[in-house]
Write a protein that binds this ligand. Structure first.
Ligand code: X8Z
Ligand code: ZN
Length: 631
């Protein structure tokens, strides 16, 4: 299911449903709206239902659902432990155990999805109808029924995860660095030659993934077709309580709302980086080369803030430095994040969280460093796994991960199938919503910052935030635009990499700094591709978190500009948030959204409101500098 419990990659394998995955990865389960439902029902019934539906009754359906839920719940415990161990100790043996359990999970979830189709025409109460629908559709990577193909797919999943987790690049000075270490260098260095070397070097880990990924797509597409979907793209887009094409339309609508803001930011940043690096490295026009944006994937640009900071509106502090000055270590960073949640009225994390989580990259073994949150027992055994760097970025990521854990605990009393977020974007949005409250006032309240900068520094604060949140939007969208086209056959293995860069250009306006060919497999250098974690969730989360923040600030009675609002310590806001979290996946997501925001629609106007003063400022700057925007 979701997030929750199983770990990403592996988990992904199959189940979403019920298994839990790590939050980070979670995945989806969900229902369709009527239209989608009818369609899925018809196709599935045609493919899989034994037809004699005249004989099946509501009582049969409920008995089936009850048993399926119990079976998945039991299996999730086994899968979660195997995945946890594999991700914390990557060896041939743990890979094999992980593959074995994933094989079982996938076989079970595909079998249950197929059986669920038998009951498609039975009249059921809303709760059971929703559960049945989720049993049919909440699968990330279905395999064909043949055991040999299922085993092959499980092996590929484990191998891809291992390739990513073990990936290192050795610098010319001989140091071999892991992904978080390379990312830290990319965030700090202003040496274009070194940045280019790291950028290209990390991508070498992905080349061997290409044939594995290609085969994975063939197998999972076949699995999706067996379940009555046209392909895996349709299955992935069927998790949002609406028809798959309607969901794609929603994404286009939301992107259309925020694109002008992104374009203004892109134009400004390109211009400032051009001044910093010169025409040779960053041309004044066209796409921005991807190695100078302070991030391995150019997905969040906050670390280049010092290069582009406004001259007169810089707030004058840096959270990374504040953490260092006050002697924060990894543990203290997590404690500080926990205390935000408890200030809202949430219970403290259990002792087992502290004894069982991984905060620091082990020196003696390979682990999956990409941050994730876990719920091992679907109750209280929640943990995070993260190779924490003592930076502002990771301070935010810790809040992100704890958001998953607090969500998991809030819905623990739901039936197993509903132990998930309202949709996967909700799971990704909660911790980020909290992190939007890390304002200067909050930093002062917790003793990190002496003096709150006055309102004349707001543009600097907003720019810092936009470099992470606005820059992320096209990236959050393009990954699955690529994957969905891979799944539906529009992108073929012959143009995997070219199509990837075409979309990077179209959405983000960035380009590769060194020549790429089809010998490369750049999508594989981003965790969620070998990990099979759907990515649209993060795009949704970047819209939703601004909606949640705006509404929670209202509830908290904050009257100031929303970018200065912190809900720290406000138990009314906390209670409202908790109410939504406790619902888990029991209701269609618009109902959960309405609990906090009063609205059933995702709406990027909250993003635009938050950044409104910055948009005006950016447009003025771009005009004054005589810049031609676009690429
Ligand atoms: O993968 C994550 C989380 C775990 S769910 C650390 N994120 C995306 C990424 O790193 O690419 C959070 C933001 C986007
Ligand atoms: Zn996450």
């Amino acid at each position: 299911m979701m997030h929750t419990k199983l770990r990403p990659a592996k988990l992904a394998l199959g189940i979403a449903l019920a298994l839990s995955l790590s939050a980070c990865q979670e995945d989806a389960k969900t229902t369709h709206t009527k239209a989608a439902e009818t369609k899925a029902t018809e196709t599935k019934a045609a493919v899989a239902a034994p037809a004699a539906s005249a004989q099946v009754t509501a009582a049969d359906a409920i008995a089936f659902i009850t048993e399926a839920e119990a079976e998945l719940a039991a299996l999730s415990l086994e899968a979660n432990r195997a995945e946890w161990i594999y991700s914390n100790f990557i060896t041939e043996d743990t890979a094999s155990l992980s593959a074995a359990v994933n094989e079982k999970v996938t076989a079970t979830s595909v079998r249950l999805a197929t059986e669920a189709a038998k009951f498609a025409n039975v009249e059921l109460d809303a709760v059971n109808a929703r559960k049945l629908n989720m049993l049919r559709s909440a699968i990330v990577l279905p395999s064909p029924m043949e055991p040999a193909k299922n085993a092959e797919l499980a092996g590929i999943v484990a191998e891809l995860n291992g390739l990513y987790g073990k990936g290192k690049y050795c610098l010319s000075d001989g140091r071999c660095l892991t992904q978080p270490e390379l990312s830290a260098l990319m965030a700090e260095s202003r040496d274009p030659a070194l940045l280019k070397e790291i950028w290209a070097g990390w991508r070498d880990i992905a080349k061997p993934m290409r044939p594995l990924f290609e085969r994975e797509v063939v197998l999972a597409n076949e699995g999706a077709r067996d379940l009555g979907y046209a392909n895996l793209s349709e299955l992935w887009r069927s998790q949002y309580d609406m028809a798959p094409d309607a969901f794609s339309g929603e994404l286009d609508r939301l992107w259309g709302q925020v694109k002008p803001l992104y374009d203004s930011l892109h134009c400004y940043v390109r211009g400032e980086l051009n001044e910093q690096y010169g025409d040779e490295v960053v041309p004044k026009t066209g796409p921005i080369p991807a190695h100078v944006l302070g991030n391995m994937w150019a997905q969040q640009w906050g670390t280049v803030y010092p290069l582009v900071a406004p001259k007169d509106a810089d707030p004058g502090y840096d959270v990374t430095e504040l953490l260092a000055a006050k002697g924060y270590d990894e543990h203290k960073m997590v404690e500080q994040a926990e205390s935000f949640f408890t200030s809202l009225g949430f219970d403290k994390l259990p002792d087992t969280f502290w004894s069982r989580s991984l905060f620091v990259q082990p020196k003696d073994r390979d682990v999956v460093c990409h941050a994730s949150a876990w719920d091992l027992d679907n109750e209280d055994d929640i943990r995070i796994k993260m190779c924490i760097q003592k930076t502002a970025e990771d301070f935010t990521v810790i809040h992100h991960e704890l958001g998953h854990n607090f969500y998991q605990r809030a819905y623990k009393n739901q039936p197993f199938i509903f132990k998930n977020s309202a949709n996967d974007g909700f799971h990704e949005a909660i911790g980020d919503t909290i992190a939007l409250s890390i304002t200067p006032k909050y930093l002062q309240q917790i003793g990190l910052l002496e003096q709150v900068p006055d309102a004349s520094k707001d543009i600097g604060l907003l720019l810092r935030q936009a470099l992470d949140k606005v820059a992320f939007l096209p990236f959050g969208l393009m990954i699955d635009q690529w994957r969905w086209k891979v799944f539906n056959g529009e992108i073929t293995p012959q143009n995997y990499n070219q199509a990837w860069w075409d979309l990077r250009l179209k959405y983000q306006g960035v380009m590769a700094p060194v020549e790429r060919t089809e010998a490369d497999f750049d999508p594989g250098a981003k965790y969620h591709v070998p990990g099979n974690v759907p990515y649209t969730r993060y795009f949704l989360a970047h819209i939703l978190q601004f909606q949640f923040h705006r509404s929670l600030c209202d509830i908290a009675g904050d009257k100031g500009p929303v970018h200065r609002c912190s809900i720290y310590g406000n138990q009314d806001a906390g209670a409202k948030l908790d109410q939504m979290l406790q619902m888990g996946a029991s209701k269609p997501w618009p109902e959960a959204l309405a609990v906090v925001t009063g609205s059933k629609d995702m709406d990027a106007s909250a993003v635009l409101d938050y950044f409104a003063p910055l948009k005006t400022w950016l447009d003025n700057e771009n005009t004054d500098a005589g810049r031609t925007c676009g690429w």
